[in-house]
Write a protein that binds this ligand. Structure first.
Ligand SMILES: *Cc1c(COP(=O)(O)O)cnc(C)c1O
Length: 459
């Protein structure tokens, strides 16, 4: 099939019938999509035969890289044996049980139970239902309010987009839904210029306490945040931030939810981002990396504080999805987690490629366009600025990040732009020499962007 159609044919059929997510339909139709046809390891190929280094792991998910035979075999085997059965009718399937057991083993000790979904967004819908139910059962139904953060990302369903703080998303569809409020993100470049990082982390955490007091502590159900904000631009908070957030949640008895959809399964150099950042969440959202994106799966890890109440006092929980515990998805997740263990990918990130990436990124600081760099495990961001010395950003309408992204695409590298933050989250199987190869492509893109920006007189 792939070979029978030309790129132009694919593009025409694509724009005639396929409405893409987060896309300006008309402008994409004019340009035509890039058609990705195959992948192996950390590389993709498009329909024109170009090889591309995928420094975004698909969409933050293909952590074990493409083409892993054990995941393919697990899916094939399970599809033959039992492609689907539900978990509604007091029934369960072996892969769903085996995965639940394995998740209890690799997550922090407070987690012994899982509630399955098929995506990060659905998982965060479950979070909203579950935390409110928890407080209902405890006789505190007035605890309804969930606090999220501006520029946080928690998915695109009504609840997911409401918990998130993306202004573009809130501008469409009447969001956020009631009883979800937001505090400012811990982004030093915008909100803590010139401050000592430790002091800024504590200041940013104090905005949570301020909000709790403004809402009324007796009305607040939970706080939700990503350990490191991903879609918001790989914003790595100061070390003091999460322990202080934990202290504040404890002080008011508020549930802490860690959205681990990106940070989970090794991305930050520990199994979960909360371990790297020093918090002890009551609930964790996961998706993406749990199957390395090979098939859709998500879920919520339910800590014993919440699980005990729901199990012992809750009665029926009127919530669930057809695909909660889908056997094929769960079988792939089991194979994926076992492969992460077998290849020691968490240690590989923590002790080898994570520190190596940090070192390489630090070397970009001397580039004229680079205002700052951040890394955490195997995720990183490069901030492009107009004036390094003064820390002045480019005016937003110039879209310098998009110019740089264009050069990456042109040179066989997928790096994403969030405003003028160029971000990466490559597969965890990446080697040092592949990081060298990626760094050469990044430098090339930065130099071409500098040439563009200079010739346009934007500097
Ligand atoms: C991607 C993402 C989600 C949403 O997951 P989907 O599978 O796209 O619904 C939620 N939270 C975070 C932190 C994410 O990065």
């Amino acid at each position: 099939m792939t070979n029978l159609r030309t790129t132009k044919d694919w593009q025409a059929a694509d724009s005639a019938h396929f409405l893409h997510p987060f896309t300006d339909f008309a402008s994409l139709a004019k340009k035509g999509s890039r058609i990705i046809t195959k992948a192996e390891g950390i590389y993709l190929w498009d329909s024109e035969g170009h090889k591309i280094l995928d420094a975004m792991s698909g969409l933050w998910c293909v952590n074990v890289g493409y083409g892993q035979q054990s995941l393919i075999d697990a899916a094939t085997r399970q599809m033959k044996e039992l492609p689907f059965y539900n978990a509604f009718f007091q029934t369960a399937t072996p892969p769903a049980i085996e995965l639940a057991e394995l998740l209890a083993e690799v997550t922090p000790p407070q987690f012994k139970h899982v509630f399955y979904s098929s995506s990060g967004s659905e998982s965060n819908d479950t979070i909203v239902r579950m935390v409110r139910r928890y407080w209902d059962v405890l006789g505190q139904p007035e605890r309804q309010v969930i606090i999220g953060r501006h520029n946080g990302y928690h998915g695109s369903t009504m609840a997911g987009a409401s918990l998130g703080g993306m202004s573009g998303m809130h501008a469409q569809g009447g969001l956020p839904i009631p009883n979800i409020v937001h505090i400012q993100q811990p982004y030093a470049f915008e909100h803590g210029k010139g401050m000592d990082p430790d002091a800024f982390g504590k200041l940013a955490a104090s905005w949570l306490e301020e909000k709790i007091l403004a809402v009324g502590p007796e009305k607040v159900a939970a706080f939700i945040g990503e350990p490191v904000q991903g879609a918001g631009g790989v914003i790595v908070p100061p070390k003091s931030y999460w322990p202080e957030i934990q202290r504040i949640c404890d002080k008011y008895g508020i549930l802490l939810v860690s959205d681990e959809v990106i940070c989970g399964f090794g991305r930050t150099g520990n199994w979960f981002g909360c371990e790297t950042m020093g918090s002890k969440p009551d609930l964790m959202t996961f998706a993406k990396g749990v199957t390395s994106g090979y098939v859709p799966l998500g879920g919520v890890m339910v800590g014993e504080r919440v699980a005990k109440v729901l199990i012992e006092q809750g009665g029926e929980f009127n919530h669930g999805y057809t695909y909660s515990g889908h056997p094929v998805a769960c079988a792939v997740a089991v194979a994926n987690i076992k492969l992460i263990q077998q290849l020691k990918l968490v240690e590989h990130v923590r002790e080898d490629v994570g520190p190596y990436l940090a070192e390489q990124f630090a070397g970009l600081r001397d580039h004229p366009l680079v205002g700052s760099v951040d890394t955490c495990g195997l995720m990183g961001a490069i901030l492009l600025v107009k004036d390094k010395a003064k820390g002045l950003p480019f005016p937003g309408d110039l879209e310098v990040g998009m110019v740089c992204r264009g050069h990456c695409f042109g040179n066989g590298l997928i790096m994403r732009a969030v405003g003028d933050r160029m971000i990466i989250a490559p597969p965890l199987v990446m080697t040092r020499s592949q990081i060298d190869e990626m760094m050469a492509l990044i430098r090339q893109a930065l130099d071409l962007t500098l040439a563009d920006v200079t010739s346009k007189g934007w500097l």
